[in-house]
Ligand binder design. Sequence first.
Ligand code: CP3
Length: 361
Amino acid sequence: MVNSIKTDVEAQSQKAPLLVKVCRGEAVPRPPVWLMRQAGRYLPEYLAIRAKHSMLDAIRTPELAVEITLQPIRRFGMDAAIVFADILNPLIGLGFPLEFEENRGPVFQRKIESPADVENLVVPPPEENVGYTLAALRTLKQELHGQDRALIGFAGAPFTLSYYLIEGAGKSELVRTKEFMYKHPASWHKLQEALVTLVADYLVAQAQAGADVVQIFDSWAWALSPSCYAANVFPYLQEIITRVRSKVATSIVYFAPAGMGLYDQIANLGVDMVGIDWRITLPEANKRLGGVLPLQGNLDPAALFTPLPHLEEQVRRILEEGAKVTGHSMNLGHGVLPKTPVEAVGRVVEMVKAFSYSASS
Ligand code: CP3
């Protein structure tokens, strides 16, 4: 009996996509590869859809979201598909209407300006708030059936979502966010609690809809001092991770670009993998994170614009550095930039798929 259970677990594990294996700390013949923002404006087939549909329509129409998610997979064969959505659209249901404006990015019609704006926040259940993304995930799960490919869901971290709600985009000093946090600690706590529920329930629902891996994007955490992160950000992230783990077995990736000053804390979050940007090498990041966590990254997105020999040299270097760390999932250090040459993306994926740990050692 015990043996047959063990065999089932082993068989399941052998079937697990490469990315899931790396998240679980299992040995793999080569790193998996996917790229943040692999679906997007550098792809002519994406631009063709966006010429006819707004960003929000594309996110809210499951057939379009599924199609956009699969576009890079069909073209390049990445090892994972990330559902097409954004970190900000779930905030609409929390009472913060939003538009993605051409050449301007996301714009909230209502921002958080005073404690009154966080009174009476009601967190709708995910099926009601973002049922369209859950529907897209369920279809994607079927579409990917039988392929050795992971399905990725995601959400924004409470701090980064708060930043957009309080500040709007483009304020790198985050003065208003920090002012709000310290001037109105009770309201900050209330906002974080609402966002913890929103994000945790959403990640659980995405896992239940078929996501093998979920990624938490904390794009603005780098702007915080370690003490500020410890007091106002870390506890809420931990709460999300505890809640997700109590309900589903999905792997969890945390990504805070330029977050080196926070690595000793990130090491204790309890996630399965950490996203690394290009400003640090993978071995150095591995060391600072305690040497036990698999890493995702960390090619400079701008390297895809450089001459092919230079791009290839950078990819090779990262593959070799990745072979020396606890576990590696090949990716960029941030999202694919608009106007990135399509051939460069193809070359990166091809090089990773041709790589073998046994041949390199
Ligand atoms: O990675 C993927 O392919 C999945 C889709 C995805 C999008 N946004 C689609 C998108 C993901 C994972 C995100 C995450 C996201 N969204 C983050 C975290 C990652 C990061 O970049 O730090 C953040 C901060 C946002 C918020 C956001 N969305 C901004 C600031 C902008 C405008 C700037 C920009 O890059 O255009 C967006 C728009 C957005 N989200 C686009 C896409 C494809 C461009 C929309 C378009 O014009 O077609």
